[in-house]
Design a protein around this ligand. Structure first.
Ligand code: MN3
Length: 207
């Protein structure tokens, strides 16, 4: 079985005006689909075809050196985008606001406040040079809630870490609507974060 493009859990225009419909459609049907096509092509005809469907860490470790970069970039791209779509929701209809419960408590404990967490996450997103991702996540063992960023389609999942929240800062994610104004795109993101989903991931992965 090869990788398949997952449906979005909302319409392309559902995240307007924060993420515009045209960007969402291109991002999903061209960029995400492109990673999937290349991931499938990298594995096609190899002994790993159909076996590399689980965690990206296991996938990268199992494939041979000569296709590893292609797998890292494209299976990584598929994994990252799948997570990204899942932690977004329309503003005021599942998106925006603040986390509650155990995740809120841990954010306050680690960062001091939700505002301070947002500031540190936004800094990771704004200062990632070139293309990449900003993250909130846990270590492999479910401890150490922290923010960070990765280049290209690298992912905390490559190290066995457990990302909870992801923001794509490739220009393809925002250029149509925000051009060079990445900080405005980052600000807009907070209106459509599905904190219930992020909390669900926290409960799933925390030690
Ligand atoms: Mn992208």
């Amino acid at each position: 079985m090869s990788f398949e493009l997952p449906d979005l859990p909302y319409a392309y225009d559902a995240l307007e005006p924060h993420f515009d419909a045209k960007t969402m459609e291109i991002h999903h049907t061209k960029h995400h689909a492109g990673y999937i096509a290349k991931a499938n092509a990298a594995l096609a005809g190899t002994d790993w075809d159909g076996k590399c469907t689980g965690e990206i860490l296991a996938c990268i470790q199992m494939v041979p050196e000569n296709i590893r970069t292609g797998v890292q970039n494209n299976v990584g791209g598929h994994a990252n985008h799948s997570l990204f779509w899942s932690i977004l929701a329309p503003a005021g209809n599942g998106g925006g606001g603040e986390p509650t419960g155990a995740l809120a408590d841990e954010i306050n404990k680690v960062f001091g406040s939700f505002e301070e967490f947002k500031k540190q996450f936004a800094e990771q997103a704004a200062t990632r040079f070139g293309s990449g991702w900003a993250w909130l996540g846990l270590d492999k063992d479910g401890t150490n809630l922290h923010v960070g960023s990765t280049a290209n389609q690298d992912s905390p999942m490559m190290f066995g870490h457990k990302p909870l929240l992801a923001l794509d800062v490739w220009e393809h994610a925002y250029y149509l609507n925000y051009q060079n104004r990445r900080p405005d795109y980052i600000n807009a993101f907070w209106n459509i974060v599905n904190w219930a989903k992020v909390s669900e991931r926290y409960e799933q992965f925390k030690a």
